[in-house]
Write a protein that binds this ligand. Structure first.
Ligand SMILES: Nc1ncnc2c1ncn2[C@@H]1O[C@H](COP(=O)(O)OP(=O)(O)OP(=O)(O)O)[C@@H](O)[C@H]1O
Ligand SMILES: [Mg+2]
Length: 353
């Protein structure tokens, strides 16, 4: 039976900027583990325009996946969220996804048909028991009840061809274990395309693949984005891939966005010591062979019992004792559209409206 909307959803109407498809506002996610609370996402704000690619970068444990899973409403039951995730549906209505029933029909229709996600491990997205063709055809018939068996098969062939799978007439009847990792990731992208989403969340989509295949998959995503016009939230710990893929970059540390700007601003004029550290730890073409790569000291702490201060202060080479460790750091504007959460930029403070 169809679950009814909660009353609040019917009464509240939301507005977002006309060019935006998504606005995440002051998002907090807390995870209850045993006796304590992990504050995994702490006041995250960002937006996505139609056709834009936003890179969400940061080391392991910064809160990238928890943030993206909250958009899809697929975080586990021990997570609680606050804030707003405003999303413009294909029909033009703006919904606050945090208010939707996660198991209700509306959210289920959005998941897949409007917002799709591709993961690091494509194998987990497929059942080993059915052929790739059958699994893709099922998605097509699910989204288009008028599709016949024959027309769905034609569509699957077309999609497999589009994502560069050679000999799709043979491949369509094969099982997932007969595909290599790179081919499976292509098949997963084909599956995503069958849904024609407006927003694609790609969480480390190429981390498990070797470098040449990685480059091919990224090329594929870029050309498909041009053709289909979708927006992409591209999540990675590797700043290197961001430069080629993204328009804008949000650098996350300990559940907060510490720097945000265009690819150009982040790569040519990085301001936060954390962003600079990430950039310094990238291998360079002219690196002397045995020269050690730069490594940021320490690790991302667990987000438990956090104080009002800069989350990065105890790893920061530029930390000002008595300031960075004792006060909450607001956002500063380094240049138009370039936001930095670091006390060094104290001159121009930015307030969210
Ligand atoms: N289901 C969970 N139960 C308990 N803690 C969790 C859970 N999921 C995430 N966390 C914690 O929340 C924080 C953020 O995790 P998240 O998975 O978002 O990191 P990430 O930035 O995606 O890292 P990675 O690059 O390793 O994927 C981490 O401290 C992590 O240990
Ligand atoms: Mg992750």
């Amino acid at each position: 039976m169809m679950k009814p909307f909660r009353k609040k959803e019917l009464e509240t109407t939301y507005e977002i900027a006309p060019e935006h498809i998504l606005e995440v506002k002051d998002l907090h996610v807390r995870i209850a583990v045993d006796d304590y609370d992990l504050h995994a996402v702490r006041g995250v704000n960002f937006s996505l325009k139609k056709g834009e690619t936003l890179g969400l970068v940061g080391e392991s444990g910064c809160g990238k996946s928890v943030t993206s899973k909250e958009i899809l409403g697929i975080n586990p039951g021990n997570c609680r969220s606050e804030g707003q995730i405003l999303y413009r549906t294909k029909s033009g209505k703006v919904l606050n996804l945090l208010e939707l029933d996660r198991d209700g029909t509306v959210y289920r229709a959005i998941r897949g048909a409007e917002i799709s996600m591709i993961f690091q491990e494509p194998m987990t997205a497929f059942s080993p028991l059915y052929t790739i063709g059958n699994q893709l055809a099922e998605i097509i018939t699910l989204h288009d009840p008028k599709a016949t068996k024959a027309s769905a098969r034609q569509r699957v062939l077309e999609m497999l061809r589009k994502v560069g799978i050679a000999n799709p007439e043979k491949r369509i009847d094969q099982y997932p274990h007969e595909f290599s990792g790179g081919m499976l990731q292509r098949a997963l992208i084909a599956m995503m395309l069958c849904c024609d989403p407006d927003l694609l969340i790609a969480d480390e989509p190429t981390t498990a693949l070797d470098v040449t295949i990685q480059a091919q998959i990224l090329d594929l995503m870029r050309s498909l984005q041009k053709e289909f016009g979708m927006s992409i939230l591209f999540i990675t710990h590797d700043l290197g891939t961001v430069a080629n893929m993204c328009d804008n970059v949000a650098v996350m540390y300990l559940g907060e966005i510490v720097e945000y700007g265009t690819v150009r601003q982040i790569f040519h004029n990085p301001q936060h010591p954390y962003t600079r550290g990430l950039l310094r730890s990238l291998p360079k073409m002219d690196q002397v062979r045995d020269e050690k790569l730069y490594i940021i000291n320490g690790v991302v702490p667990l987000p438990v019992g956090l104080q009002a201060n800069c989350g990065f202060h105890d790893r920061c080479e530029e930390c000002i004792a008595g300031r960075c460790d004792t006060q909450e750091i607001p956002e500063f504007e380094a240049e138009p559209g370039h936001m930095v959460r670091c006390i060094k930029l104290e001159k121009q403070e930015v307030h969210h409206g």
